[in-house]
Design a protein around this ligand. Structure first.
Ligand code: ASP
Length: 390
């Protein structure tokens, strides 16, 4: 049974919940055992019964090393991971890696790459107990949010991470982020994975991915989840906030991978002085299907008749308009001020406390699934992956 009641296109795969426990700490490292062309077994720890983790490298700072001749950062050869992080052999798991042929800076991330990431997970889902996805931090909140909608009925952990400094840098944050992400992906309770959702781990905190925003380009604490508390914190101990975690689906629910994303959407951020011409031309874009409207405060917008009329016409023409707040924290409360009453009347979708990143992902996902216009508002306004509070 699918969690998303509007299910249209489905691809299923059986889940593997086997999480064996092995406490023998004898490690044998076997380099370069080939699983297939793309998958290189990086290190194998003596017992085959240990949790198996797939490390997916898409690019980003974490995987770059400084070329000391030129001083420039260059893509990292993943087969040398062990050289950079010898601590990995102390982890009680087996790690395999998959790397993008040409690793990307996350500024070049797009919906086709989202599908690639989702397909790698889909193809290896039954073979691995958890997945750690390395991407650049710049668009990690968007990518991980999208993956959270694309993977329905998850029973295994998908942990996104990266770093502010390359893994080879003396003061790098990459090692801690990587090692703890793998530990989290391995974590079990009563022989079941602790995490069965898409998360983002950075600087000692585990967040629900679709609640995150990149807030800092300088400090190691690059992400925040301002409307939902961390799912876990890493100190002397790794402490999970069990009550905050998404529950896995019922036993017979299989993984569904949603790959149809519609990116004919736009983010329109309000600012005092926004002109009619600009709004009009945005709403006239050919094939435009959705707008994430970043409004003020608790969902407020100008009450100018031209503004409301343009939005109303667009909605009547089938464009889905989602109201999210441009504040980093807090929620849209339609009707709280006079300046949002008209938006409510014309049936703008209430984004509640969703982030812009998650709203973009959810819009692409629901439009891609061709949810009927008459149901769209209702479906968007309910939480599908824990991305908003009612
Ligand atoms: N520009 C890099 C990227 O997003 C930054 C990072 O990895 O943190 O790929």
């Amino acid at each position: 049974m699918s969690r998303d009641s509007f299910s249209i296109k489905t691809k299923t795969q059986k889940t593997n919940r086997k999480f064996p426990v092995n406490k023998i700490f004898i490690f044998t490292i076997i380099y370069n055992s080939i699983i297939n062309d793309k998958f290189t077994q990086l290190l194998q720890i003596s017992k085959m019964t240990k949790p198996k983790i797939l490390l997916i490298y898409t690019g980003g700072t974490i995987g770059m090393v400084k070329d000391y001749n030129t001083g420039a950062l260059k893509a990292f050869n993943f087969e040398q991971l062990l050289d950079k992080v010898p601590e990995l052999i102390q982890l009680n798991c087996t790690i395999n890696t998959y790397s993008f042929k040409e690793p990307i800076d996350s500024s070049n991330m797009n919906t086709e790459y989202y599908v690639t990431i989702a397909e790698v997970i889909e193809n290896k889902y039954s073979k691995f107990d958890g997945f750690v996805v390395l991407t650049g931090s710049d668009t990690m909140a968007y990518t991980s949010s999208a993956i959270s909608f694309m993977l329905e009925n998850l029973t295994k952990p998908i942990i996104f991470t990266g770093s502010q400094l390359p893994i080879g840098h003396l003061r790098t944050d990459a090692k801690e982020n990587l090692i703890t992400s793998i530990e989290i992906a391995c974590a079990t309770k009563d022989d079941k994975p602790v995490i069965s959702e898409v998360c983002l781990y950075f600087e000692y905190k585990l967040y629900r991915a679709n609640r995150t925003t990149k807030i800092n380009a300088e400090q190691f604490e690059a992400f925040a989840s301002l409307n939902y508390p961390p799912l876990a914190e890493s100190g002397v101990h790794l402490q999970f906030n069990y009550d905050l975690l998404l529950k896995p689906p019922t036993k017979d629910a299989h993984l569904i991978v949603r790959k149809s994303l519609n990116n004919n959407i736009v983010v329109l951020k309000l600012f005092p002085g926004l002109t009619k011409e600009v709004v009009k031309s945005i709403l006239k874009i050919k094939n435009l299907r959705g707008v994430v409207l970043e409004s003020y405060g608790s969902g407020n917008a100008p009450t100018y008749p031209w503004f409301i009329k343009l939005l109303e016409k667009a909605i009547k023409n089938g464009i889905q308009i989602v109201n999210v707040t441009q504040c980093v924290s807090g929620s849209v409360i339609l009707g709280h001020y006079e300046t949002s009453i008209e938006l409510k009347r014309i049936q703008v979708i209430d984004g509640k406390d969703i982030t812009t990143e998650a709203a973009v992902a959810k819009l692409m996902y629901l439009l891609g699934e061709e949810v009927l216009s008459k149901d769209f508002k209702k479906v968007f306004e309910k939480p599908l992956r824990g991305e908003l509070d009612l």
